[in-house]
Design a protein around this ligand. Structure first.
Ligand code: GLY
Length: 400
């Protein structure tokens, strides 16, 4: 581990002008320090309200601040990144207490009817297993992977994203975000030696690749399969502008998601697809390099940006450059990542905990339902910090 200090040198080859990586990391750590006092073992809500995170509200049998829904592990993941960036045990101690919460959640099956188990358990449990060989974390992650496998429809070869498996509105539906949930399954095959998890993940990612990428390299947000015949049916949006538009975060999930699937399978189709979806994403950015919430909107639009899509894309682009040979393509993706990250750090990062306890401002959760519009989001914060970590240390070992 290489803690950040005042003499940190960026490993970025094409750092954009005025981007002070060390300062950006120190700003993020200061906000996390403040959130450590506010939230500690409990969990903030998915998004800020007027740029402030409050505790996750009480919901059904869940008390205020408890561990439900899909975004809690991003707070835990930020603590592990802060631990690695600083070397300070104060982050590790709280993140280790979160493991107890995630272990309880999967053992008691509390809000686990979702494909988001991958997001949740990769960051909250696979990360500590990788970093500290925490046995309880390993066990919880394996339980989560088994639960995730119950959502695999064998005929359609897809993992159902949302809801009860018998819900007719959700049965046979997957979403492009799902690509980030596959690493939990690949990891499980690695640690158990049982190939069924990795096989399901590979097939699922290939179905997403075959049916959810349109001929122009844009993505459907969600897509339905007939689970009896296995036939692909049709695409629909949930959070995008329209069924045939390209939701910016979905496109970013596809860039990073296909690369993570490539990392485990070395299936070149995934690397090629990540490049194609990245090219579309990059060709449709406004001048400040940070996407509007749907790529249908162009420079000058009054629609909101989604800085979280930008942060996810940076992580994907920085992953991509690790797999491409040196040359113009690789340099182009590196330069694009540098430009986006510099813009985020200069124009979108919050650096005053008294004004905002988010790391990154100006994300959109769901414009269609007016949820978390132009706010901080836990995943935007996490991927921004992961992007800073990747810029700081090209040899960083992924949690995914
Ligand atoms: N994975 C849910 C979202 O990106 O909003």
């Amino acid at each position: 581990m290489e803690p950040v200090n005042s003499t940190i040198k960026s490993t970025m080859k094409h750092a954009a002008p005025k981007f002070d990586l060390n300062n950006a990391i120190q700003c993020a750590l200061a906000t996390i320090d403040s959130n450590l006092i506010t939230f500690g073992n409990t969990f903030p809500n998915d998004t800020t309200v007027k740029n402030i995170y409050y505790p996750r509200p009480a919901h059904g049998n869940f008390a205020e601040g408890s561990n439900y829904e899909w975004t809690t592990s991003f707070w835990t993941g930020m603590l592990w990144l802060a631990y690695e960036l600083s070397g300070s045990d104060k982050y590790r101690q709280v993140a280790e207490r979160h493991i107890l919460s995630f272990a309880e959640r999967i053992k008691q099956k509390l809000d686990v009817d979702t494909h988001d188990l991958g997001f949740l358990y990769s960051l909250a449990c696979v990360a500590p297993w990788r970093l500290t060989k925490n046995e309880q974390a390993r066990e919880a992650a394996l339980l989560a992977a088994n639960q995730l496998m119950t959502r695999y429809h064998k005929k359609a070869e897809i993992i159902q994203a949302w809801g009860d498996l018998n819900d007719p509105t959700q049965r046979g539906r997957t979403i492009v975000d799902s690509l980030l949930n596959m690493p939990l399954l690949y990891w499980t095959s690695e640690v158990t030696g049982d190939p069924q998890f990795a096989t399901a993940a590979h097939r699922h990612a290939m179905q997403v690749c075959t049916h959810m990428i349109r001929p122009d390299n844009t993505t459907y947000h969600t897509f339905y399969w007939d689970t009896e015949s296995g036939e692909p049916l049709y695409g629909r949006t949930a959070q995008g502008f329209s069924d045939d538009s390209c939701w910016a975060r979905g496109q970013a999930w596809s860039i990073y998601g296909f690369l993570l699937n490539y990392r485990y399978t070395r299936d070149s189709t995934f690397l090629e697809t990540a490049q194609k979806t990245a090219d579309y994403f990059l060709a449709n950015l406004p001048e400040d390099h940070v996407a509007y919430w749907d790529l249908v909107f162009k420079e000058g639009s009054s629609e909101e940006r989604d800085s979280s899509a930008a942060a996810i894309a940076v992580c994907g682009l920085l992953e991509m450059v690790q797999w491409l040979p040196d040359g113009p393509q690789r340099q182009r993706y590196q330069a694009a990542a540098d430009n986006i990250l510099a813009s985020l750090a200069q124009n979108y990062a919050a650096c005053d905990p008294s004004k905002s306890n988010a790391l990154l401002l100006h994300s959109v959760y769901d414009k269609n339902t007016n949820r978390g519009v132009d706010e901080g989001t836990l995943w935007g914060d996490y991927f921004y910090l992961e992007a800073l970590m990747r810029a700081h240390n090209q040899n960083w070992q992924l949690y995914w």
